[in-house]
Write a protein that binds this ligand. Structure first.
Ligand code: 6PG
Length: 250
């Protein structure tokens, strides 16, 4: 069982007028985290989020210019993936490739893709091995953060990554990656996800949420409601929620 770690305290919440200004602020924060990581450790490890919210953020990061950020010193991982191949419209990797990775100079060998096209249990084991190999390569101590910044979204049910309320995956205390099933009304059901022990290896967590449908889940998660997976993730140094007015209930 991973040793408990002190987290960065209560989350900071920032409310923006709309998704555009939220994406602008998120891009500034991602850029600052990347620069700080490279200045301190010579490299940056990001975990990208899936879904649709990150699209605007990715566009802002691309608009900064290919040389504006230390992409060549950055490793890109993923918080979760759907059980589909990269070219499927539902692929989180495919979305990140098309909206960000194809437009910035991150080395292909620095992108750790969850292999959604593989049998789920095999893909989960392979991704865990890849993450642990990265930690070894970067000489990350067992009690230190592996991810400099983890980007997350949240669902109206309070899920984050592909950790859904009531899932047995929420009780995992050692594995970093699991294959899970999303609820019957959420497609695709086959998912790969980082677990809480993996997310606990985040130096900083940045959660992006827009839209009124998420308002109740956002309020409960920010208050730390442990029944909601999104309420249980904290960065070791900092946890920030960026909301638009609708998600904030403002
Ligand atoms: C996924 C995500 C998931 C997502 C939320 C919000 O694979 O779906 O990782 O956790 O962040 O469901 O999704 P939207 O940004 O599309 O609202």
């Amino acid at each position: 069982m991973a040793a408990p770690h002190t987290d960065g305290g209560a989350p900071e919440t920032v409310v923006h007028a709309d998704a555009g200004s939220l994406a602008e602020d998120a891009a500034t924060r991602v850029a600052a985290a990347m620069r700080a990581a490279v200045a301190a450790r010579g490299r940056c490890v990001l975990a990208l989020s899936g879904g649709s919210t990150p699209r605007l953020l990715h566009a802002r990061l691309v608009a900064m210019g290919a040389d504006a950020l230390p992409w060549p010193r950055t490793f890109v991982t993923f918080g979760d993936e759907r059980g589909v191949p990269p070219d499927d419209a539902a692929s989180n990797y495919g979305m990140a490739r098309d909206t960000l990775l194809a437009h910035v100079p991150v080395p292909e060998t620095h992108v750790l893709r969850m292999e959604g096209e593989r049998p789920p249990a095999d893909a989960a084991e392979r991704y865990e091995a890849a993450l642990r190999a990265l930690a070894l390569r970067l000489d990350v101590a067992d009690d230190d953060a592996l991810f400099d910044l983890v980007l997350l979204g949240v669902g109206a049910d309070g899920h984050t990554a592909s950790l859904f309320p009531g899932s047995p995956a929420l009780d995992e205390g050692a594995r970093w990656v699991l294959d899970v099933q999303a609820p019957a009304d959420v497609a695709p059901r086959d998912r790969l996800t980082l677990t809480f022990p993996a997310l606990a290896r985040a130096r900083e967590v940045l959660v992006l949420a827009t839209g009124a449908a998420k308002r109740d889940a956002v309020a409960r998660a920010i208050a730390g409601d442990a029944a909601l997976p999104a309420g249980r993730v904290r960065g070791r140094a900092r946890t920030t929620w960026l909301l638009d007015r609708a998600a904030a209930g403002a």
